[in-house]
Each structure stands twice: as C-alpha cells, then as structure tokens.
Ligand binder design. Structure first.
Ligand code: CUA
Length: 181
C-alpha cells in the first residue's frame, strides 16, 4: 500500500517484471500507431481540410469582407436583406461570423477554385458546412483560409456549431453553388 513506505527502500532498483515490460511496450507501440493514424487519416480519410491560419484584426477582416460584398453583390435575400455575393472564380472570398449571423451569403461556381477566408468579429463560432460536414473553429483575431472547389451544385447551409449565446441556434448562413456561366 502506498501510504506505507516500501519495505525495500531501493525498490526502483529491482528489475522490471516481464508483464510490466510487455505492457509498457504495448502502450508505447499503440501510442505510435495512433499518432501515425492521425497523419494517415488526414490524407486518406478526406474529413479534415488542410487549412491555413493567419493573424488578422476583426476590423481589417470586416473591411475586406465588406469591400468584397460591395463589389460583387448580385441581390439581397431574406427579411434582413443580407447580400448575396458572387465573387469571380479563382479569387479570395470572405465570410465572417458574428452574433448571430454568417455574412454575407456567397454564390460560387461549380468546379472553380476559391480561397475562402473565415474569421469572427466577436466571439468564437463554429463553421459547419452542411450537408458536407466541413467543420472549422472560427476565432476573432485569426483567419482560417481554405482552398475549396465545389463539386456539387445546390444550396449549402452554414451552421454555427460552437455555443455562442442566446442566438446561437439562429446563426445560420448560406452558400449557393451554381453552374458556371
Ligand atoms: Cu455562433 Cu454559435
């Protein structure tokens, strides 16, 4: 029992029991397997994106997003009149999260590549693209940049999957993917 001192005070000099050596080896090897599985699954599992992250102030990010929206707005939708923005293929595109919306709505062309920049203007939000199940943590002060090439047309929802207050469940955005003109 650990509350009494060991009978032999130099207990750590005793040789390891075989079963102990086996368990240490098993645990160590399993640790290695799990570690390399993470790396393997990043490429083979097609679940995790290779995203980049950079520091950027919320003000600067808002400025870039608003500039893009002003330049490429094609229409407005919903009660709030959120702009639907159709930036040219191959460009840098922006979307921010804030209490409680994803802004703006993006309209992208199928089979064209974009660099999507995501950031938050206030708190931590979770970018979850449905139904494709792409998930990214979105923090103020940092932008996540994802290179994406939509391979399906349709309407995709952006759900916030990080609890961010009383309006969390209403924080839904949209991305349209349309055929190229
Ligand atoms: Cu934003 Cu939950």
């Amino acid at each position: 029992m650990a509350i009494h001192p060991p009978a032999d005070r130099l207990w750590w000099k005793e040789p390891l029991a075989t079963s102990e050596v086996i368990w240490i080896a098993v645990a160590f090897l399993w640790g290695l397997v799990m570690f390399f599985t993470m790396i393997y699954w990043h490429f083979a599992g097609e679940q995790n994106l290779s995203s980049e992250a950079y520091k950027i102030s919320p003000e600067k990010f808002a400025e870039r997003t608003e500039a893009m929206a002003a330049k490429y707005k094609v229409r407005e939708e919903g009660d709030t009149g959120v702009p639907v923005v159709r930036p040219p293929a191959g460009t840098d595109i922006y979307m921010f999260g804030r209490l409680w919306e994803w802004w703006p709505v993006l309209e992208l062309e199928k089979d064209k590549t974009y660099r999507l920049h995501l950031s938050s203007l206030d708190w931590q939000h979770g970018f979850s693209l449905q139904p494709t199940n792409i998930n990214l943590q979105i923090h103020p002060g940092y932008e996540m940049v994802v290179t994406l090439k939509p391979n399906k047309t349709g309407e995709f929802s952006v759900v916030c999957n990080e609890f961010c207050g009383v309006g969390h469940h209403t924080m839904v955005g949209r991305i349209y993917v349309v055929d190229a003109k």
